[in-house]
Structures are given as structure tokens and as C-alpha cells.
Design a protein around this ligand. Structure first.
Ligand code: C2E
Ligand code: MG
Ligand code: MG
Length: 745
């Protein structure tokens, strides 16, 4: 059937005419509305709304008499805000709604082509947001009530309806629909927000029973919304103090009971349904009804487990050394501060042990940082095994460790621990496939005698450690006040050393080496002297270690070699040829990357025959990185330069490396030789060393020959070459030249 659009002011005749002609009707209403409409068959009737507040009404009524009756009602003054359109059946209504916007549909519930709830359903399909008022027979009221539950806004008994009542019902229906829509939108928005936010949200009613859980809350608690609803909050949201494990007060009860916003307790952990725990944080707020009374609460929280563990990690990093995991300088200071306060109260003692590895730099330089780091880790483990629980072992950086000993009864306790630490460090360290040996030196200071605060105690233990090192390797010293004077002195020497080269304060002395049998001069050793402007003559033992530690030795060494080569060349030009001119080279110089190239360019510039140059290296130079050392020594010797191991017998004295390295001579240190020479009955060691040298085809040079008896002893052992005060102490160049001249003649 064709739809019919009816103008409200038109008569029944007109309606009839259109019915017959099957034409759509433009219904300019009594409220002067013009509507733009289509009947679904392309026929158009145009009308434009001039007032925005006018509501459009579509009547669906199959009964012509009732249609007219209702249409007539729209002429009533109460209908001024409605613009009326009518159709006869549902199919026409659907077509019309497809092209038009309508505010209210007035539907006869007994519509033949869509009776009862079906009509309601079809209207909602055609225009979901439209307000719907039903007209029904009195007997059909239950269906009308049902229809209201499925979205209709109101119903009227069709034959009792009057204009005013109809208009009021429609106005209410429109308003209600608008409110419903707004409410729906808000609810949608709230739901989407709650579902998509990253925080967990739990709502409860006034009695503390769960009314809502968003998906994050579901995941975090382990409870599904469906299962949780209606359960007491404490069952689903179990919280406790993370430190003590004791149940914590649920802030929802505060929010509901006291009508206050509340925070979750600090350090709060949530026990999930499966028993696992997570750290959580955040707050709870009361929910109010219209009267402002508390009707529930909303709890918002988030998982801070990752953030907590990150914070803990950062705090740990700030106070611990990353390589060994030991407390660092900062944490030590903190603990020492507390320990001092305690010791002060209890009139107790404390000890600080400052430990530094001997020759660690060589390990690092020769075997690389990776091995160096592994060695430090191994040392840290050893040290750890020697300290007790109340003590703190810390790494200060580099190869320095500091131990804080608490509960010290006597200073000897510190000495005992130090001795345990030294022994532990000295045991073989297995790093990868290598076996490494290292020793340590320790200095100790005692609270309160050596200092009253952390800084002074550590500083004095450090000073004592330096003193221990000066005595040799693997030593322990207690701090003594006079040591401070020495460390100040050490600093001032270093400062002066920095200017010594440019101020031309260095000079070289020369000491002859000679043939023990014939007393002929076989060479010279250059020995450095520092003419200090105020201290006077400074011996190498007083400044070489400082020059090495500060790196100044590199420039000093370059100067020494240049001066020695220049001098040898001058003598050669004066026909005072020396078989060899020896220079001392410390480990740091030998390891410097441009050592060889610098040496060759010195020879080149001074024009000295490389065969006349001899390098005296101490055993420590040769200790690590045997292969690289062998290669470098090989290149040195290929140029004709000679290489001697100096002070043999005082250092590491390992025969295995002597076999592997290309060398020319072994030099027995003067202190070692003096020890042997002073025990005339036991010469077995001297004999052994000399025969080792021979078996390795090395020259053996004895240093420190002071008496005629020494000469006899050495002759008895067929020792060929020596050096010592007996023939000549180290002398200035001119004096040495006279010595040479005398010998030649
Ligand atoms: P060294 O290479 O073993 O030098 C020999 C030391 O023994 C020299 O001490 C020398 O004066 C001393 N001496 C010589 N004959 C006798 C003797 O008959 N009896 C005794 N008791 N001692 C004797 P000096 O000049 O004090 O040098 C000490 C150390 O300083 C040297 O030991 C060497 O290792 C180092 N040194 C000296 N000059 C230089 C240098 O230019 N560069 C480097 N890197 N080190 C140097
Ligand atoms: Mg020497
Ligand atoms: Mg020597």
C-alpha cells in the first residue's frame, strides 16, 4: 500500500482524495511547519522547519476515523510545538523514516501489518533514537507495559485519549528519550574509559560489596567481574604490608565510613587470587548519591612492582660497585658514620683496613681489562670470605678495597684480619685458563686514636697502605702520625717533579761495569739524579716510584735515553768507546706504545750504534703478556740493542719466562748479592744463579761489589762481570771519561 502524507489542516476529503490517488501529501501543519519528505517511491513533498524547537510527529494508524481524530488534535493550542505527519501502515512508516528525521512516533499497537511488540521492534530498527508513544486497547495494556520495557516511552488508551493528554505524553516522551540518550552516552563513555584506562578500578556499594571491576582490575586481582560482583571487597581486594606481610586496613572502609578520600597504605602489596603478590599504589574515593550521601566507593590502583624493583635497583646501583657488587665509597662512608656514632656511645674501637693490590696495573696493561676485571672479582670474593657479618667490605675503585671492622677489641684484631686478607689474596686465582698470582698491601687506622671521622680514618689507612707498599709487596702497616708528614712530602715531590725537566734539574751519573778477572771496563750504567733547588741531591728511590705513579716517568725516560746516547756518542767520537751504555727502563715506559719507535729515533738522532745500547729491565716488565713481550724484545734485539734483566733475585724470579724470552744478560741486584756475600759459608744460591745464567747462555752481571772478598768469591764461581763501589761509585760524565781514559791507557 502506498504511503500517505497528510497535512494537519487538510480535511478528511483531502485525505480521502490522496488515498484514492495514492499520492503523498505535504503536510504544512497548523504550526506553520514545512517538511521535506519522501514516500520511498521518489515522490517528494517539501517543507522546511522554521523553528528548531518544533518536534516532528509521525502517526502510524490504520483506522481512518482514529487517524482523523488524532490528526484533528494537532489543531489544539497545546499542539503548537508539534508538526504532524501521518501514515497508515508500518511499511509506509518505514519508507518515510528511511528519509526523514522524526522526533516522536505515535504507533497504534494493534497495527495489522506490525501488531504488538513487532511494531515497536520495527520502529527501533528504522529509527533507533526516536521517542515512541503507543496507542493501545485497554485489553492490550500488558503488551504496552512490555513494550515500555523494550524502549517505548509511554502509552495511552486509544479511545480515551484527549489532545492535551496526548501532547503532554509526547512532550514527556521526547524529553525522556533525550535524557535516556544522554545517560546512555555518558554510561558508554564511562564504560569505555574504565575499560581502556591502564589503572585498575573497583567500585563497591555502601556495604563494601563489589559492584564493578574493570578489565585491568580483573587481571590484577585474578577475579572476573561476574564472580566478584556482590562479594565483600576484602575477599577480592586483599592487601597487606609488603614488609611485614600483615594484613593492611582497606582504605575503602575509610572512604565509606568517614566520607573521605584515602590513600592506599604505603608499601602496600596486593595478594592476588592465586596467592602471588604485586606492589600497588593509589587512592580510593567515596561515591555520593543525589543527596550527597555516600553510596559506595571507587578504588583506583596500579601495579608498581616494576617501578619498585627499578627504584630498588637504582638505589642499589648508587651504593654498590657494579663490577664486584660490593658496597661502594658512598655506602662505606654511610656505614662508617653510623659505626663511629655507635663506637662513640659504647666507647668501643673500630678499624679501617685500606687494601691495594700490588702491580695490578701490570695485569691490566698486559692481559687487558677483561682479565683485570675478572681478577678484581676473584679478589673481591676472597676478601668477602674473610670478613664477618657486621663488617663492611667495600671497593673504592680501581684495585683499592676498604674494610670496616666493627667490634674490634684490640688493634691486633685488625692485624689478624689483615693477615688473613693478605693470605687469601695471594692464593692462585684461576681466570679462564690462566693461573694468576697477585699480592696486596694493607694499611690500617683505628678509631678513635687515628681519627675521629670517616674521612680522616680512611685517609690515614690509605697513608699507612702506601708505607706498607714502600716496604715491599704483601705488607701490612698500622698508621703512625709521622706518616702524614711523608704523604705530604710525597705530594710536594710530585709537584716539583712536574717542573724538573723544563728546569733542567736532572743529571746522569755513570757507573762502570767491569770484567772481574781483568778489571777492564765492559760498559756503563746510567743512573739518574735529581738536583732539587732546595732539597739538594735526590736519589731515584725517592722520586722514581712517584714519577712512575704519576706517569711523569715517560718524559723523564725519553730524556734519560737521549742524554745517555748523546754522551756515549760524544765519548765514541773522542775515541773513548764504551762496549755498552746501559739505561734503566721501568715497566711503565716499556709498555708505552711508542717505546720502540722513540728509542730508534733517539739512536738515529744521536747517531749511536744500537749495539752499544743496553736496556736494563726489571723482572716485573716481563711478568704478563709473555708473547707480546717476547715479540717486542725480539724487535729490540734485532736492531742490535741488548737486553738485561735487572735486579734478578729480588722480584718474581721465575725461570719459565727466562727460557721463553730473548735476553742477553742477567743482573743480580746489589741488595741480593750483599745478602749472599755477607753469609760467606753458604754460596749455594750464588752458584745456582750463575749456573742458571750459563745454561740459558746469558751473561751474568753481579751488582754491589764492594770489597776484595767479593771479588775472590766471584772469581771462585767463575763469574765474569760486575759493578760496584769497589771499582767506582756512579760518577758524573767528566769523571767517568777520565776513568775510561785511564783504563784505555
Ligand atoms: P739499579 O738499576 O739496580 O741500579 C743500581 C743501583 O745500585 C744504583 O742505585 C747504584 O748506585 C747502586 N749501587 C751500585 N753499586 C753498588 C754497591 O757496590 N753497593 C750498593 N749498596 N749499591 C750499589 P741508584 O743510583 O740509587 O738507583 C736505584 C735504582 O733506581 C736503580 O736500580 C734503578 O732501578 C732506578 N733508576 C736509576 N736511574 C734510573 C733511570 O734513569 N730510569 C729508571 N727507570 N730507573 C732508574
Ligand atoms: Mg739498573
Ligand atoms: Mg740493579
Amino acid at each position: 500500500m502506498t504511503s500517505k502524507l497528510i497535512k494537519t489542516e487538510q480535511t478528511a476529503n483531502l485525505y480521502q482524495r490522496y488515498l484514492e490517488k495514492g499520492m503523498p501529501v505535504n503536510p504544512p501543519s497548523g504550526t506553520s511547519n514545512l517538511l521535506d519528505c519522501a514516500d520511498g517511491h521518489g515522490q517528494k513533498a517539501t517543507s522546511v522547519s522554521s523553528k528548531a524547537f518544533i518536534k516532528t510527529v509521525l502517526l502510524i494508524e490504520h483506522d481512518p476515523a482514529r487517524f482523523l481524530k488524532i490528526q484533528e488534535m494537532f489543531n489544539h493550542p497545546a499542539a503548537h510545538s508539534f508538526s504532524f505527519t501521518g501514515v497508515q501502515d508500518m511499511a509506509a512508516a518505514e519508507r518515510y523514516l528511511a528519509g526523514h528525521s522524526i522526533d516522536v512516533v505515535l504507533l497504534d499497537l494493534e497495527q495489522p501489518d506490525a501488531p504488538g511488540l513487532e511494531g515497536v521492534r520495527r520502529i527501533h530498527v528504522a529509527l533507533p533514537r526516536v521517542a515512541l508513544v503507543l496507542l493501545c486497547d485497554p485489553g492490550n495494556e500488558p503488551t504496552a507495559v512490555q513494550a515500555m520495557q523494550s524502549g517505548a516511552q509511554d502509552y495511552l488508551i486509544k479511545d480515551e485519549v484527549e489532545a492535551q493528554e496526548l501532547m503532554r505524553a509526547m512532550r514527556n516522551a521526547v524529553e525522556r528519550k533525550i535524557l535516556e540518550e544522554a545517560l546512555f552516552r555518558e554510561k558508554e563513555q564511562a564504560e569505555v574509559t574504565l575499560e581502556s584506562i591502564g589503572d585498575a578500578v573497583i567500585c563497591s556499594d555502601r556495604l563494601g560489596k563489589i559492584s564493578f571491576l574493570n578489565p585491568v582490575a580483573e587481571t590484577m586481582t585474578g577475579w572476573r567481574l561476574k564472580e566478584a560482583i556482590g562479594r565483600p571487597i576484602r575477599e577480592v581486594f586483599r592487601i597487606m604490608d609488603a614488609a611485614t606481610g600483615l594484613a593492611a586496613e582497606n582504605p575503602m572502609s575509610i572512604a565509606i565510613g568517614e566520607n573521605l578520600r584515602a590513600l592506599l597504605p604505603a608499601n602496600c602489596a596486593l595478594q592476588r587470587r592465586d596467592g602471588s603478590e604485586i606492589f600497588i599504589e593509589d587512592s580510593v574515593a567515596p561515591i555520593h548519591d543525589r543527596e550527597g550521601l555516600v553510596c559506595g566507593s571507587v578504588l583506583v590502583f596500579r601495579d608498581v612492582t616494576a617501578a619498585r624493583s627499578l627504584a630498588a635497583q637504582i638505589a642499589h646501583l648508587a651504593e654498590h660497585d657494579s663490577l664486584t657488587g660490593l658496597p661502594n665509597r658512598l655506602l662505606l662512608k654511610d656505614r662508617l658514620g653510623q659505626a663511629i656514632a655507635r663506637a662513640h656511645r659504647n666507647r668501643g674501637l673500630l678499624a679501617i683496613l685500606f687494601l691495594d693490590l700490588d702491580g695490578f696495573k701490570h695485569v691490566n696493561d698486559s692481559l687487558g681489562h677483561v682479565v683485570g676485571d675478572q681478577l678484581l672479582q676473584s679478589v673481591a670474593k676472597r676478601l668477602e670470605s674473610c670478613v664477618r657479618a657486621p663488617d663492611t667490605l667495600s671497593r673504592q675503585g680501581g684495585d683499592e678495597f676498604v674494610v670496616l671492622l666493627q667490634e674490634v677489641q684490640h688493634p691486633e684484631d685488625a692485624a689478624n684480619t689483615a693477615s688473613r686478607l693478605l693470605t687469601a689474596v695471594a692464593r692462585t686465582h684461576v681466570i679462564g685458563h690462566r693461573e694468576l698470582h697477585i699480592t696486596a698491601s694493607i694499611g690500617a687506622s683505628i678509631y678513635p686514636v687515628d681519627g675521629l671521622n670517616a674521612e680522616i680514618l680512611i685517609q690515614n689507612a690509605d697513608t699507612a697502605m702506601y708505607q706498607a707498599k714502600e716496604k715491599g709487596r704483601r705488607n701490612f702497616r698500622f698508621f703512625m702520625p709521622k706518616m702524614n708528614v711523608r704523604s705530604v712530602e710525597r705530594q710536594s715531590i710530585e709537584e716539583d717533579l712536574r717542573r724538573a725537566l723544563e728546569r733542567n734539574e736532572f743529571t746522569l751519573l755513570y757507573q762502570p761495569k767491569f770484567n772481574i778477572e781483568t778489571a777492564a771496563i765492559t760498559g756503563a750504567e746510567t743512573l739518574l739524579r735529581w738536583m732539587h733547588p732546595t732539597r739538594g741531591l735526590v736519589l731515584p728511590a725517592q722520586f722514581i716510584p712517584i714519577a712512575e705513579a704519576s706517569g711523569l716517568i715517560l718524559d723523564i725516560g725519553v730524556w734519560v735515553r737521549r742524554e745517555a746516547c748523546r754522551q756515549a756518542r760524544v765519548w765514541a767520537d773522542r775515541c773513548l768507546s764504551l762496549p755498552t751504555m746501559a739505561v734503566n727502563v721501568s715497566a711503565i715506559e716499556f709498555r708505552s706504545p711508542d717505546f720502540l719507535s722513540e728509542l730508534l729515533s733517539t739512536l738515529d738522532q744521536t747517531g749511536l750504534d744500537p749495539k752499544s745500547l743496553e736496556l736494563e729491565l726489571t723482572e716485573s716488565v716481563l711478568l704478563n703478556r709473555l708473547d707480546a713481550t717476547a715479540t717486542l724484545l725480539q724487535s729490540i734485539r734485532e736492531k742490535g740493542i741488548k737486553v738485561t734483566i735487572d735486579d734478578f733475585g729480588t722480584g718474581y724470579s721465575s725461570l719459565s719466562y727466562l727460557q721463553k724470552l730473548p735476553l742477553d744478560a742477567l743482573k743480580i741486584g746489589h741488595s741480593f748479592f750483599r745478602q749472599i756475600a755477607n753469609v760467606p759459608h753458604d754460596n749455594s744460591i750464588l752458584g745456582a744463579i750463575i749456573s742458571i745464567g750459563r745454561s740459558l747462555r746469558l751473561r751474568v752481571i753481579i751488582e754491589g761489589i764492594e770489597t776484595a772478598e767479593d771479588i775472590e768469591l766471584l772469581k771462585a764461581h767463575d763469574c765474569e762481570e760486575g759493578q760496584g763501589f769497589l771499582l767506582s761509585p756512579p760518577v758524573p760524565a767528566e769523571q767517568f771519561a777520565s776513568l775510561l781514559e785511564a783504563h784505555i791507557h
